[in-house]
Write a protein that binds this ligand. Structure first.
Ligand code: DX5
Ligand code: ZN
Length: 223
């Protein structure tokens, strides 16, 4: 694995009525992580395509959209069409995950698939290259500020082993409870793409927090 890691702050922890200013505070980010929740797939509600379209138009950093919505097959392509660089849907919410990933790529987005803590990754091992990113949730999706579930890292290690074996280019992302005290263990397990909400937007200087997280992740990879 290369030393290249990505730090994607989650705007779930940002001030929703000052979004433009909040986006300007994370210039050092690789992507801005945009959590779309429908109050059905998860017990929380954020925003939909209209808001994401404005974020897309405003953000200096490309968008990493995380869809926590049911009926992903129907709704995910719209987020690729509005220009998001990456669109991740949940495996539990798609009837045809491979067909949907192919559609997202065809539109021009990176295609991601996410798994909740109770969902295994075995079904993904043979089809890794159908995706550009696999997201292993390290909290139960729905809310920011929860504790990191270290027991999810065995899934990351399993995926990393298979990525190495196959020479796959797929990125392995973790999301939930990622902070200065948890990021190194996730990186050691093989994650290369890190979502952090409260750890970035809760800091006095979000760009400093991004730099610190990046340094910890790169350091862990060098072990
Ligand atoms: C949770 C979201 C996460 C969340 C992470 O359902 O998918 O992206 O914003 O927040 P923290 O980093 O605070 O756990
Ligand atoms: Zn997320």
């Amino acid at each position: 694995m290369s030393d290249s890691v990505r730090i994607n702050p989650s705007i779930l922890a940002a001030d929703f009525v000052n979004m433009q200013a909040e986006l300007a505070r994370i210039a050092a980010a690789d992507f801005v992580h945009v959590d779309v929740m429908d109050n059905h797939f998860v017990p929380n509600l954020t925003f939909g395509p209209q808001m994401v379209e404005r974020i897309q138009a405003t953000s200096p950093v490309p968008l990493d959209v995380h869809l926590m919505i049911t009926d992903a097959d129907r709704w995910a392509p719209g987020y690729a069409e509005l220009g998001a660089a990456s669109v991740t849907f949940h495996l539990e919410a798609a009837t045809d995950p491979i067909g949907l990933a192919r559609r997202l790529r065809q539109i021009g987005a990176r295609a991601g698939v996410a798994v909740k803590p109770a969902t295994g990754v075995d079904s993904l091992l043979d089809v890794l290259d159908e995706f550009d990113q696999i997201l292993v949730m390290t909290v139960e999706p729905g809310f920011g500020g929860q504790s990191f579930m270290a027991d999810q890292l065995s899934k990351v290690s399993r995926l990393r082993e298979e990525v190495r074996r196959r020479g796959s280019q797929v990125w392995l992302q973790v999301d939930g409870g990622v902070s200065a005290s948890t990021i190194a263990q996730a990186a050691e397990a093989g994650a290369d793409t890190f979502v952090a909400g409260s750890a970035v937007f809760g800091a006095d200087d979000p760009d400093d927090a991004i730099a610190a997280l990046r340094q910890l992740a790169v350091g862990a990879h060098r072990h």
